[in-house]
Design a protein around this ligand. Structure first.
Ligand code: ZN
Length: 234
């Protein structure tokens, strides 16, 4: 079964698995490039990579309104509990959980994670999703790291169909390191994220895509905020 990925801007994505919609890192109302408002988001589960404002700003409001279960680091779950959100599946690195349409594995990310009130947000993460018959990897906010070779080629020999990687630089890897990340992950399709929201993380995504294409690393797809892509099984 194909799945649909929608980029709503910054590092926020909707994944329609055919059996439910997963929302990754809700940041809408204060995101200058967001294609929609938090009040209009419909989802069945929410996946959080880490606690920074630009990934959780609308998390509590959406979780409260939709009652969608939040999959997140243990410490983010504690923070949500204090705000009356109890549909939470706390996790930690290496763990897997069932989500609507498949499985989500919490993967390593090299970054930091504090919550808007200053408390510790646990270890930052990426998400490896097996949904429909498609494998999607959200790197989250991270630097390049060599374990991406392990994430890209798990023991069962299947490959990542679509990888969502930050390219904004400054707070995450930039275009140069993302090319090496694509080499390690070896996905079929790669989508850029976490760029263009504010001037410090401005990037020319089309120039980046050209480099990916010339190096024959993957099929790069640059979306505009609000645009979707359907990922068919390999
Ligand atoms: Zn971020």
């Amino acid at each position: 079964m194909p799945i649909t990925l929608t980029w709503t801007g910054h590092a926020t994505w909707l994944v329609d698995t055919g059996q439910g919609v997963l929302l990754v890192d809700p940041f809408f109302d204060e995101c200058p490039t967001a294609s929609m408002k938090a009040a209009d988001v419909a989802c069945d589960a929410i996946l959080v990579t880490h606690g920074h404002f630009d990934h959780v700003a609308d998390l509590v409001a959406i979780a409260r309104r939709t009652r969608a279960c939040v999959f997140c680091a243990w410490e983010i779950g504690q923070w949500l509990g204090k705000q009356g959100i109890d549909a939470v599946q706390p996790m930690n690195l290496g763990g897997r959980a069932m989500v609507p349409g498949g499985m989500a594995k919490m993967e390593l990310a090299h970054h930091s994670s504090s919550l808007p009130d200053g408390t510790y947000g646990g270890h930052p993460a990426g998400w490896l999703l097996d949904v429909g018959d498609v494998r999607v990897y959200f790197a989250g906010d991270t630097a390049l790291f060599s374990d991406m070779a392990r994430i890209g080629r798990p023991h069962d020999g299947t490959r990542i169909d679509a990888a969502v990687l930050p390219i904004g630089d400054l707070f995450t890897m930039g275009p140069d390191d993302s090319l090496e990340a694509i080499r390690l992950l070896a996905p079929r399709i790669v989508l850029p994220s976490h760029y263009g929201t504010w001037p410090p993380i401005e990037q020319d995504a089309h120039a980046w895509a050209q480099r990916v294409r010339e190096a024959r690393l993957a099929d790069p797809r640059v979306l505009a905020p609000g645009e979707s892509i359907t990922i068919d099984p390999a």
